[in-house]
Design a protein around this ligand. Structure first.
Ligand code: ZN
Length: 227
């Protein structure tokens, strides 16, 4: 699958993932999730090094789907490692990568080694062993490329709908991150005021008492002026 299909699928996965998971900066997570959809294909960065040894003609005939970086086990382990730092990010890494591998198995390509390391057999809905330019010129005329365009259209439609809902229906024209950040600051202020109960400290009831005193003083001044 081309990057356009993986990025679109990555955005859609991140969008629905963030419907179930609370994060502080939704826009940032949406961006990270979208690019994580392309994570397994980062192994393509190895091609220039491979070409340095065997030449580009032979390097582009090597399928990166036969590398460990395109196996489910690799991303389950990577997700577990990332989860030590952040569980949400670990889930997103594994989820996005498994979706990437699923997409690679559905379109006409050589397939994915789903059972690695038990088996090196590649599984594909429509097995095709073409590589390099031969595969690209064949692929753009298949349902796989149509699926990529459909994913792109769906991702763009959901993005527009998401922006419309936040701007016009929820009435919040600020970026989501800013709005959520402000809400968090307000919540923290209230918590900190509630937490301070020592004598002489500022508590919520103390603030209310001060406000009442100010209002009373203002009322007395108004009466004196009128009287
Ligand atoms: Zn891939």
């Amino acid at each position: 699958m081309f990057p356009i299909g993986h990025l679109s699928a990555g955005y859609l996965f991140a969008y629905f993932f963030l419907k179930r998971v609370d994060v502080e900066d939704r826009r940032l997570w949406l961006g990270i999730g979208t690019f994580l959809g392309l994570l397994p294909d980062s192994d393509c960065l190895a091609y220039p090094f491979l070409a340095a040894y065997v030449g580009w003609d032979r390097a582009i005939l090597v399928s990166h789907h036969a590398w460990v970086t395109h196996t489910p086990l690799f991303y389950v382990l990577l997700g577990l490692l990332v989860a030590i730092y952040s569980r949400k990010l670990g889930c997103l890494v594994t989820g996005e990568s498994l979706l990437h591998l699923l997409c690679d198995s559905v379109v006409p390509e050589d397939g994915i080694m789903w059972l690695f390391p038990l088996s090196y057999r590649k599984f594909s809905l429509c097995p095709n062993d073409l590589q390099g330019w031969a595969w690209i010129s064949f692929y753009v005329h298949t349902y796989g490329f149509a699926l990529e365009l459909a994913l792109l259209a769906l991702a763009l439609s959901i993005r527009r709908l998401d922006l419309y809902v936040h701007k016009h229906i929820k009435g919040d024209v600020r970026p989501l991150s800013e709005a959520q950040g402000l809400r968090d600051v307000q919540r923290r202020e209230v918590h900190s005021l509630r937490g301070r109960s020592r004598p002489g400290g500022t508590s919520l009831s103390h603030v209310h008492a001060e406000r009442r005193r100010d209002l009373r003083a203002y009322g007395l001044r108004v009466l004196a002026l009128n009287g």
